[in-house]
Design a protein around this ligand. Sequence first.
Ligand code: AVI
Length: 320
Amino acid sequence: MKPGIEWRQPRAAVENEQFADDLHAALSRIPKAISPKYFYDEVGSRLFEQICDLPEYYPTRTELALLQTHAADMAAQFGERVQLVEYGAGALRKVRLLLDAIPRDNLQFVPVDISGPHLLSACDGLAGDYPGLAIHPLVADFTRQHALPACVEGSRRVGFFPGSSIGNFTPAEADAFLRLAAAELAGGGLLIGIDLVKDEDVLHAAYNDVEGVTAAFNMNLLDRARKELGAEFPTDGFQHLAFYNPAYRRIEMHLRAIRPLELQLGGEIYVFNEGETLHTEHSHKYTVEGFQALAARAGFKPGKVWTDPNHWFAVLWLEA
Ligand code: AVI
């Protein structure tokens, strides 16, 4: 690890046990459903990066274009001195556009991510490209209480949550996260990317790419269960399923049993009927006004909005 990067350990990291407990709970409920956070081991994080470059997956390139065009205007909302906290930091690709728009001396960067190895290698790359930048990676589940480093005197704390990742939360989880963020960002604000409601065909294509990368990303959850927890099930028994559910304005991803089958996990047997699914992810699509109302209920004051000509994606500034 490069000098200048301060390494902060997760507080409670018995990750396998948590995965096993959550998978047992997921397979016991009706309908079966698990948190999408289990997509993101090293393999899953790499597959997600490939998804971001797919021609069908418009959110990444649309948001990047918004950041490229408006970074200076976005950074102008932050104030002079900033502690920039990136929630779910991943590859640290988008934040570079913001970092370029803020004088380095006035900046402390705190990327927060649950995947330690991935975060640290991304920070190494960033430190090489941004010498002198104060980087304080924090390996943590940012949806739970976590301890951020103290802000430098006179700084505002600004959150950055790009990628429309908030769409993967249930409305209750989104509300809880926004409340937590509004509290820890008080006096600063949050810059957040959201995916907008749009034509269903565009959405369907984005989650059913022809190369099958999204399918591999979804199936990786089962690979993890086999490798990390010793789960046993027929490898050819499940298929990727993704569709738009207009009632909830969300894409749903599932792993569907193509025939009746059993999944064994830690001495328990879970039965899948033909066509039964394990719901692995929802990806909510918002309107700008709907999201601003959600944020206002959580304690934010809606500010500037940047969107693309198709109105497929938006980046919102929210004062905390
Ligand atoms: C991370 N998140 C915003 C992605 C999404 O679009 O909901 C995850 C994803 N799932 C399938 N493709 C991409």
